[in-house]
Design a protein around this ligand. Structure first.
Ligand code: ZN
Length: 185
């Protein structure tokens, strides 16, 4: 089932996700709905907060983006990123590494708003899978960027918090309008 995507202005986007103790039927159903919602919106990632659940859960799929490469290792082995998609990460912990690089970013909770954001070039993530296994992921490129964006969501951090002040100032009236629209619903 496709879920409505929470927009900027909804306080749940600022909530820190609760760790998931057990991947039960409810979590499985939520993951399935999140994947459907992300794919329908042509997103590369979706965090639980964006469908109204403050949990440590995110889904990612960069396979639809052809012009921004990624690399991926799962448990130390090189994996073709497209083959491993979609990723479902529960209780992820991120280690940032490498240089910080500037790149374009958008967010499904901020329709039609894009900005260049500095992110680490590569990341390591430890997370649990839907099958209850612990997995270690190393990623670079677009996938590294998407992982940082999504794990930020799980901690109540939004990409506007990472924008430089000039970019944020130039978007300020659009952000205010979006916030007002969301809160007026
Ligand atoms: Zn986002």
């Amino acid at each position: 089932m496709k879920l409505p995507i929470v927009k900027y202005g909804d306080p749940i986007l600022r909530a820190r996700g609760k760790p998931i103790a057990k991947t039960d039927e409810r979590i499985r159903a939520l993951v399935s709905d999140m994947l459907e919602t992300m794919h329908a919106a042509n997103g590369v990632g979706l965090a639980a907060q964006q469908v109204g659940e403050a949990l440590q859960l995110t889904v990612l799929d960069i396979s639809g983006v052809e012009d921004r490469p990624s690399t991926l290792k799962i448990n130390g082995k090189n994996v073709e990123p497209v083959v491993a998609m979609p990723l479902v990460l529960i209780n992820p912990e991120l280690t940032l590494n490498g240089e910080r690089v500037l790149g374009p970013e958008g967010c499904l909770s901020f329709p039609e708003i894009n900005a260049d954001i500095f992110r680490s070039e590569w990341v390591r993530a430890k997370a649990e899978t839907l099958e209850g296994e612990t997995v270690e992921i190393e990623a670079s490129g677009l996938l590294a960027r998407a992982l940082q964006h999504e794990v930020d969501h799980l901690n109540g951090i939004l990409f506007i918090d990472r924008m430089n002040s000039a970019a944020k100032a130039s978007l300020s009236s659009r952000l205010k309008r979006l916030q007002k629209e969301t809160q007026g619903q």
